[in-house]
Design a protein around this ligand. Structure first.
Ligand code: ATP
Ligand code: MG
Length: 416
């Protein structure tokens, strides 16, 4: 797939009466969205990505994902316990024997895909974490027996994918809110199921990193819990991630603005690239606000002229929208007075690295639901419309899931 360089720099903020009226995002193009699709960037950064395989998805499989209801292909292990089923989830094997098997098995039209998925799970050691081009079904884990994204069978995967609003966004709204949404025909999206070898990730060392005009400007935790030990290793982590960005991403990613997610497991000297996300509203800025990220002042790095001199890098603060030329012009015009000004701003600048402090309200999830753009998963709403019994059963499952998640979090933080 061709990946076009985004032409847009960060625009000068549109101030009105001294206040920004709207978030000054550079125009988000369909091309930018495509550049952030797993299938676009993965081949280039494969060596830095946890082991993953891509299964290309035919239209018939996408039709299955789009169809109402959750009907799963029959499994050899299907047994009677599945048939006494009032959850609305059916396996083809549960159906009336008189009916035609072909019409009952939803995978009849995409058997090859189903088998490719089966083989790939095996190749990856029997456990995988699935995602589509952009999204993982994180909002649907409550429906899975494991209460996580860990999948051992194709049906585990289908159940998650079909229950997730994030997956629906990938298949129905990928180009929403792009500047060329209504003016250019949608490019065909080569849909892929990404199967990642399952690893037990420690959420405390997952970070989201923000890149503006090819500079790493900010980074933060992805998990919104307080992890005390992170404070002691903040500098080391920042350096490791900055080096990774400089070496691997800065000059090779097609767009100047994007956000990337990394995993930096002990001993914290290697960075794994987990995902690349659009520089757009749809990406959660987590511990920052988009307004901060779009308007924060960052320096333009000026390399010291004498390369042998051991010197602090001179930095000059540039405002968003100020081009290199503008910055350099004013640098050339260096009067005595300017030098004094320069001294004022000469300092070692580093991207802001935000961590959750123990007293932050985010640490306890008081302020925002985990997926704020989707206040309630659709299935919660569906459960409530299924009557009191459904809701009670759902509430019990939900409580159990929360307890397990909390237990897991505590174990993980103790591990470190
Ligand atoms: N190989 C893996 N094994 C187990 N868990 C994984 C694996 N890869 C990723 N995860 C977990 O899945 C989470 C979500 O993955 P990913 O970032 O790809 O989803 P996403 O939908 O793009 O998320 P977002 O909407 O925040 O951008 C990660 O934060 C990580 O905890
Ligand atoms: Mg992502």
């Amino acid at each position: 797939m061709s990946s076009g360089e985004a032409t847009s720099e960060v625009p000068a903020p549109a101030f009105a009466d001294g206040a920004l009226k709207e978030l000054p995002f550079p125009p988000v193009t369909k091309n930018h969205i495509l550049n952030c699709s797993y299938h676009s960037w993965h081949p280039k950064y494969r060596a830095a990505t946890p082991k993953a395989r891509l299964v290309s998805l035919p239209p018939a499989f996408l039709d299955y994902l789009r169809s109402d209801g959750i009907i799963l292909p029959p499994e050899e292990t299907d047994n009677a316990t599945w048939s006494d089923n009032d959850s609305g989830i059916f396996s083809g094997a549960d159906n009336n024997e008189d009916e035609d098997e072909e019409t009952l098995d939803p995978s009849a039209n995409w058997r090859e895909t189903h088998e490719a998925i089966e083989r790939t799970i095996e190749e990856l050691g029997g456990k995988v974490a699935p995602k589509l081009n952009w999204s993982a079904p994180k909002d649907a884990t409550w429906i899975a027996a494991t209460n996580s994204m860990e999948c051992q069978t194709p049906n585990d995967i289908y159940l998650l994918l079909k229950s997730s609003d994030f997956i629906t966004h990938d298949i129905a709204h990928a180009f929403d809110d792009t500047v060329d949404q209504f003016t250019t025909p949608d490019p065909e999206i080569p849909y892929h199921l990404v199967l990642r070898k399952w690893i037990t990730l420690n959420p405390s060392v997952e970070f989201r990193c923000f890149v503006r005009n090819r500079q790493l400007i900010a980074l933060c935790q992805r998990d919104l819990n307080h992890f005390d030990f992170l404070f002691n290793m903040q500098d080391k982590l920042r350096r490791t991630i900055q080096d990774f960005f400089d070496l691997r991403l800065r000059d090779t990613f097609p767009d100047p603005n994007f956000a990337f997610d990394v995993y930096v497991p002990p001993p914290h000297d290697k960075v794994w690239l987990v995902d690349v996300n659009p520089w757009a509203m749809r990406t959660d800025p987590l511990l920052f606000s988009w307004m901060e990220l779009l308007t924060m002042e960052v320096p333009d790095t000026v390399e010291p002229k004498d390369e042998t001199a051991e010197t602090t890098i001179r930095l000059r603060l540039a405002r968003p929208g100020e081009t290199d030329d503008q910055t350099n012009d004013s640098d050339e015009d260096t009067s005595d007075e300017d030098e004094t000004d320069d001294e004022d701003v000469e300092e070692v600048w580093q991207p802001e690295f935000r961590l959750i402090r123990s007293d932050d309200p985010e640490a306890y999830g008081f302020t925002t639901p985990q997926y704020s753009a989707h206040k309630l998963p659709k299935d919660v709403v569906d459960a409530s419309s299924g009557g009191e019994g459904n809701l009670r059963e759902f509430a019990m499952q939900w409580q159990e899931a929360q307890k397990l998640a909390e237990q897991q979090r505590q174990e993980d933080s103790e591990d470190d």
